[in-house]
Design a protein around this ligand. Structure first.
Ligand SMILES: Cc1cc2nc3c(=O)[nH]c(=O)nc-3n(C[C@H](O)[C@H](O)[C@H](O)COP(=O)(O)OP(=O)(O)OC[C@H]3O[C@@H](n4cnc5c(N)ncnc54)[C@H](O)[C@@H]3O)c2cc1C
Length: 579
């Protein structure tokens, strides 16, 4: 008989998710948990069932751009895949954006919303991308106080009726730079009392959206980020024709292939100022804080999906006389991945809790500082974790993980965007340094770590707590010494520093939850995750020399040679026998 391997399967993705359910049980008041459970269970059923099957069937479909109609009219229509059309309908109906704005559960509304998002995301091939920008746009418009735009757009962005629902783009990146957006070349001119935009946007995802927030430089404004202004635009006019926007082409990307990401020319696009005629980078910040949080949640969601599939497969796949799930080394491999995922989830949802408090105006000044600092740190930490975890997930399937129609390679390709968009790892590490400067250093974080860890009693967790606090102290010492050594030394170490803070925070939150799970659920699994996470290392700070880094990264032999001969000359002049 020919052997045929049974493929991995998914169950109800809420019922099966011990980590999410345990987190919610600790965090939400009983009445809130009771109220949200049905919606989460329904989303879990959809995500592990009908939507997952649809995702597998939709694998070969991609968005299609039609630039011209049969009669020679430029139409630039984008048709998204059937999965995405269904995802939009579900997203509106289940309130994936609306839940945050209806605020039925006060400070916990964001936890409810993002738990839904987390369950929904992995079965939709990153439909979370347009939703993140939609949520971000609603947030930025509300923060702007622009009454007319709020009344015009926010009811659509937060609608539950799919016929009323709008998504939004976030058009920042130009060919000159996504990180250094201050270089943006798009100009805004006032013509007959209306603003019109002229320029080229280089990466614009979810281009099928009804509106976008974008940056442009009003004529006469100074260069740099301060001279840019934040604009609102609708992508089509009331007759359904493009708003002087040409879609030049869709990007051919490594992953996120369901996401229509376009290069655009704005050729007199009608737009409205959102708030003031400058400071656009500052004014779009509320949007970025939201999209970065969606990014962290998506990272957790993709890790969880990879692990759910890998675990199920390990129970089905027989090697050397037993299922893989009984092989100590395979089990050890999966355990390390699970620990990373659990740390990421607790860290991400801690940031989500702070965001919910902030929006419900029940946040202390210290918590607001933490939210500012931890939003970029969570995004960059989880962005690195998801790529590493999914790379291992692929390997855990052996050759099947490398084969397209298993649906597995897609997970890794999609994950790989998470450290790039919404701010790369380096850019966010530098942002975390700016945040620290604004909030006066690490004192707030250290106090919070102490608070998080204060109830820990289990001996291993007490040791872990000491390690976390020691690491925070070492990070603070490094920052002080690097600052003394100069800006180049601080910048060079910024990524290691930010990841150290991120991993320390994740471990502290794991330890707190582990103690709670032991006390309330008699469940030692979070304790096991905390031990594993700690063993993988949290302190990435190393005494590295920025000058050495320059030599290695540039690999500039002639420069290195020059330095070496200069050193030799110096040494021989001094009679040194060293060289
Ligand atoms: C699939 C996809 C969809 C996207 N969708 C959108 C969208 O809808 N809207 C939008 O506005 N943008 C979008 N982007 C663009 C994305 O946000 C940018 O690619 C990203 O911000 C990086 O900008 P860049 O590509 O210009 O790279 P650069 O800014 O040129 O960066 C290149 C490298 O340099 C590093 N770097 C930059 N500055 C520094 C520094 N000071 N110190 C140390 N290292 C540094 C970066 O970390 C990076 O590794 C999308 C990108 C992708 C891949």
């Amino acid at each position: 008989m020919v052997f045929i391997q049974t493929p991995p399967e998914l169950g109800n993705q809420y019922d099966d998710d011990r980590v999410l359910r345990s987190y919610l049980a600790r965090t939400l008041p009983a009445e809130v948990l009771a109220d949200v459970t049905a919606s989460l269970a329904a989303m879990g059923e959809l995500a592990g069932g009908e939507l997952y099957r649809m995702q597998l069937a939709d694998r070969g479909n991609e968005p299609v751009l039609t630039q011209w109609d049969a009669w020679g009219n430029r139409i630039d229509r984008i048709e998204v895949s059937p999965l995405w059309r269904e995802a939009e309908r579900i997203a509106a109906g289940q309130g994936l954006v609306a839940t945050a704005y209806e605020r039925r559960h006060g400070v916990f509304s964001r936890v409810h919303q993002f738990a839904l998002v987390y369950l929904f995301t992995p079965s939709t091939d990153l439909y979370n991308c347009p939703l993140a920008m939609t949520d971000g746009a609603a947030c930025a418009l509300v923060a702007s106080g622009n009454k007319a735009l709020i009344e015009r757009a926010v009811p659509h962005l937060t609608a539950r009726d799919p016929r009323q629902f709008w998504t939004s783009g976030q058009w920042m990146t130009e060919a000159t730079g996504g990180s250094d957006v201050g270089l943006s070349q798009t100009v805004a001119r006032q013509e007959n009392g209306q603003w019109r935009l002229y320029g080229r946007k280089w990466f614009t995802s979810a281009i099928a959206s009804q509106m976008a927030l974008t940056l442009a430089r009003p004529e006469g404004n100074p260069p740099g980020g301060k001279g840019l202004a934040l604009f609102y635009l609708e992508t089509r006019n009331p007759h359904g024709r493009p708003n002087h926007i040409l879609v030049n082409r869709l990007k051919d990307k490594l992953g996120t292939r369901k996401v229509p990401t376009a290069e655009l020319t704005l050729d007199g696009t009608l737009a409205e100022l959102v708030y003031g005629a400058g400071d656009g980078v500052k004014n779009i910040a509320p949007m970025l804080n939201i999209t970065r949080t969606w990014n962290s949640v998506s990272a957790c969601a993709l890790m969880r999906r990879g692990l759910a599939l890998a675990r199920d497969f390990a129970a089905r796949r027989i090697a050397f006389g037993a299922p893989l799930i009984e092989k100590p080394l395979h089990v050890d491999t999966l355990a390390g991945l699970q620990a990373e995922f659990e740390g990421a989830l607790h860290f991400t949802f801690f940031v989500v809790e702070l965001l919910g408090r902030s929006e419900a105006q029940q946040i202390s000044p210290e918590q607001a500082d933490l939210l500012r600092l931890l939003t970029p740190i969570a995004k960059l930490t989880t962005g690195k974790q998801v790529v590493a975890v999914l790379s291992e997930v692929i390997e855990s399937f052996g050759g099947a993980g490398y084969v397209e129609d298993t649906g597995l390679p897609l997970l890794l390709r999609d994950a790989h965007v998470l450290p790039i968009w919404e701010g790369t790892t380096n850019v966010l590490s530098l942002d975390a340094l700016r945040a620290l400067q604004a909030i006066g250093g690490l004192a707030v974080l250290k106090r919070e770590l102490g608070f998080i860890l204060q109830g820990v009693r289990e001996p291993d967790l007490v040791k872990i707590s000491a390690r976390v606090e020691q690491t925070a102290g070492q990070a603070e010492t490094w920052l002080g010494q690097a600052t003394q050594a100069g800006e180049a030394q601080v910048e060079a170490g910024a990524r290691r520093f930010a990841l150290t803070l991120g991993r320390a925070m994740a471990l502290a939150l794991l330890a707190r939850h582990a103690q709670w799970a032991l006390d309330h659920e008699r469940d030692p699994r979070t304790l096991a995750a905390a031990r594993r996470f700690a063993a993988a290392g949290i302190n990435l700070i190393a005494d590295m020399n920025a000058g050495d880094a320059r030599l290695l990264a540039r690999d500039d032999y002639s420069r290195a040679g020059l330095i070496l001969s200069a050193t030799k000359a110096l040494n021989s002049a001094a009679g040194s026998a060293l060289l």
